[in-house]
Design a protein around this ligand. Structure first.
Ligand code: HXC
Length: 302
């Protein structure tokens, strides 16, 4: 089912006309929604994933719903030759890409002491190494051809505060965060810019089945009652941010990682527990603090 229409998007129709965007892991979840938004706004969109049937079906579904051009390509980004193949196919199919979204990910919750080397590699080779390899394959072409391009990587707020029980993912996404900052500088003066999005909870089948096994994607209320906005993210909200970072209108934004999580990653840094207090609790606190101040004052000698 298509998830978006033009009315979900903040932008004028045709904003992305002339843009050519590759979205890794674009067959499902967040990648699919970002693909749909770019397509609705006029971009030519390529989506890749390990399940060829899924990316092809998604490409068909989106073009049936919105028209335009969306192409599904089977690719495991753990395999450098497979990346080189699809990038060559895309360039031959209509010219250079103008944007890349490093969205493909792998993850599962596990006690870190239970991880095997292959378990670590299964995640790191997709997120850390695979994101780099796709970026490199496109980047070499952009630099050689003197093209402008925007790279957006999908991270997690774990890059700032860690991700217990998802350590390979948190480490890998932190590495991609540093790639974003490094290449923003190294390639920025040649027209290739880098930004990242750190989403909070946007329930998708792929993520929820590995991060919250046994809980349904559409489960309410939001999984984390501490989110200041008290809800999960909406797909169109993420799609709008991704389009902004991919579009020429954000050309001066470079090297930034933007959280879209309702403020959730700032929880735990201060007294967020006070949000639930009413007048009675505040009055009680005020009088307790006044009484402590009075005692303090009574003992002052200067
Ligand atoms: C411990 C596990 C495990 C688990 C797999 N392994 N699942 N170890 N606990 N639950 C180990 C296996 O035992 C094996 O090691 C190794 O990992 C490889 O497993 P395979 O199943 O053969 O790997 P593969 O088929 O390549 O699958 C890769 C995967 C899988 C990462 C394990 O989950 C996957 O394909 N995921 C793609 C989609 C996805 O994960 N989406 C979620 C993204 S959410 P041994 O030693 O036994 O051989 C996300 C976070 C967003 O990124 C942030 C939200 C806030």
């Amino acid at each position: 089912m298509p998830a978006l229409s033009i009315s979900d998007l903040m932008f004028k129709p045709g904003l992305m006309t002339g843009e050519r965007i590759l979205i890794t892991g674009g067959g499902t979840g967040l990648g699919k929604v970002m693909a749909e938004a770019c397509l609705i706004l006029g971009a030519e969109v390529y989506i890749c994933g390990r399940r060829g049937g899924v990316v092809e079906a998604t490409a068909r579904e989106l073009t049936d719903a919105h028209g335009g051009k969306c192409v599904g390509l089977a690719c495991d980004i753990r395999v450098p030759e497979a990346i080189a193949d699809i990038v060559a196919t895309i360039w031959a199919d209509g010219g250079a890409l103008t944007g890349l979204v490093n969205n493909a990910a792998g993850n599962f919750i596990s006690r870190t002491e239970d991880l095997s080397p292959r378990g670590f590699d299964a995640i790191a080779n997709i997120v850390f190494r695979g994101s780099f390899l796709v970026t490199l394959e496109c980047g070499k072409r952009w630099l050689a051809e003197g093209r402008h391009a925007s790279v957006v990587s999908i991270l997690a707020t774990w890059v700032w505060h860690g991700g217990p029980f998802t350590v390979p993912s948190a480490m890998s996404k932190a590495g991609v965060n540093v790639m974003t900052q490094s290449l923003a500088v190294e390639w920025g003066n040649r027209g290739v810019r880098f930004n990242a999005i750190a989403p909070g909870p946007f329930p998708t089948e792929g993520a929820w089945s590995r991060l919250k096994p046994g809980s349904a994607v559409d489960e309410a209320p939001p999984a984390d009652p501490g989110i200041p906005h008290n809800r999960n993210g909406e797909m169109r909200e993420l799609a709008n941010l991704a389009v902004y970072l991919l579009s020429p209108g954000s050309a001066y934004v470079n090297g930034q990682t933007i959280a879209i999580d309702g403020g959730n990653h700032l929880m735990g840094r201060g007294r967020h527990d006070l949000a639930g207090w009413g007048d009675a609790e505040w009055e009680e606190a005020r009088s307790a603090i006044r009484s402590a101040n009075d005692q303090d004052r009574a003992q002052r000698t200067v």
